[in-house]
Design a protein around this ligand. Structure first.
Ligand code: GMT
Length: 375
């Protein structure tokens, strides 16, 4: 099977899922073609079964906005033709499902076609996709897909609520390759905290939907009761909020460490005691699953699909979005009880094993085969 994967190359969850999926398929012997605006962050192009096709956008002074979607459709059409792809897989509806639909029309004009799978990841449905500027095109291109998948039951429900979808949506959850989370000693706990301090961590692309202010307020409350440090990994528009917070809370300057984008995320997660995810919206919460795979319990909001991953009182605790007090209290309770923390670390890892790649990859492969068979 020759598979074309269309995805964002950045650190967002959809790009990570697309890349990990493509690399696992390549390891199984499938030929996988990535089509994206830049090399996806975690993609290993040394694998002989992996091909990368960069979408080049010709800049022209007449255009106020450069037409990326046209360049993308042209590239999809070209790669399908050149490499005789069997199936296309669009990760995130905007613009991938739409550009793939256009490429299919170009192929159809020549008596050819290729089946299209669209995976809905989250904000393409719950945020951006609902904007009046995009809504009709998003709904249309989802309906034009041959197979639609969503990363959680919650996202499926939201999709059916916000859009008029005429086809079945198959839920295929996010997954994790637990073999990548084996014990590692490349960095030490002492690099981030004193022996008597606990480590809280937050990882995201620091967008408003992640509620960074809540992360900071929770840490402020926790730090009053439990000796602790907060590590923030990632970059994004809410970086300013962190500086502002530190201006108002200078006593916490030495307690909050901003690491930006890191290559050894898993190793740092392994050193941490609790992962904070107070998001406004989260279709699944891949970041929480990565933390659990590194044996780190999660204190989160109960937004979207998070309760499908983080189990109350077992792998961590959940509270209503914005309930900083409840999340702080859960955190204090967990970090003040070493026995409870040790138990939750084990539970978190066991939960991550349920979402292991080896359980989810066969579901993707079967879905591709079914899509091709009924095409
Ligand atoms: O939220 C992000 O950081 C990026 C975003 C994306 O689409 O790139 O992530 C979404 O997709 C992930 C992978 O399927 C999910 O695990 C995240 O929960 C989801 N984010 C939101 O819904 C906000």
């Amino acid at each position: 099977m020759k598979i074309g994967i269309l995805c964002y190359p950045t650190y967002g969850g959809s790009g990570i899922v697309a890349t990990e999926l493509g690399m696992s398929l390549a390891d199984k012997g499938y030929e996988v073609h990535f089509i994206s605006s830049a090399l996806p962050a975690r993609l290993d192009v040394t694998n002989p079964n992996i091909f990368f096709h960069k979408v080049n956008v010709q800049t022209y002074p007449l255009f106020q906005y450069q037409p990326y979607d046209i360049a993308l459709s042209s590239m999809i059409y070209r790669v399908v033709n050149l490499y005789k792809l069997d199936i296309l897989h669009a990760h995130y509806a905007i613009p991938y499902a739409y550009a793939a639909f256009t490429a299919k029309q170009m192929l159809k004009a020549e008596g050819k076609d290729v089946p299209l799978v669209t995976t809905l990841h989250g904000t393409d449905i719950t945020l951006v996709g609902q904007h009046p500027s995009y809504k009709h095109a998003v709904e249309f291109s989802i309906n034009q897909s041959d197979t639609i998948t969503s990363v959680s039951e919650s996202l499926k429900k939201d999709t059916l609520q916000f859009f008029h979808i005429k086809k079945e949506i198959q839920v295929i959850t996010n997954f994790i390759d637990n073999t990548e989370f084996e014990e590692c000693t490349s960095c030490q706990r002492s690099q981030f905290a004193n022996p008597d301090e606990k480590i809280l961590i937050h990882v995201s692309n620091l967008r408003p939907v992640k509620r960074i202010q809540d992360v900071l307020e929770i840490f402020k409350n926790v730090n009053k009761k439990v000796k602790s440090k907060l590590i923030i990994i990632g970059e994004g528009p809410e970086m300013e909020k962190i500086s502002e917070f530190l201006e108002h809370n200078p006593e916490l300057i030495g307690h909050i460490k901003l690491l930006g984008k890191v290559n050894n995320l898993y190793h740092i997660l392994q050193l941490s005691d609790v992962f904070l995810l107070p998001s406004e919206q989260e279709s699944f919460g891949l970041a929480a699953l990565e933390a659990m795979a590194a044996r780190t319990p999660v204190i989160s909001s109960n937004a979207g699909g998070i309760p499908e991953v983080n189990i109350q009182g077992e792998t961590g605790y959940l509270a209503e979005t914005g309930n900083v007090e409840a999340m702080s209290n859960y955190c204090i309770k967990l970090l003040s009880d070493d026995e409870l923390l040790a138990k939750m670390k084990i539970n978190a890892k066991n939960r991550a094993l349920e979402f292991d790649l080896k359980n989810i990859l066969p579901i993707y492969i079967e879905m591709y085969k079914n899509t091709i068979a009924k095409f």
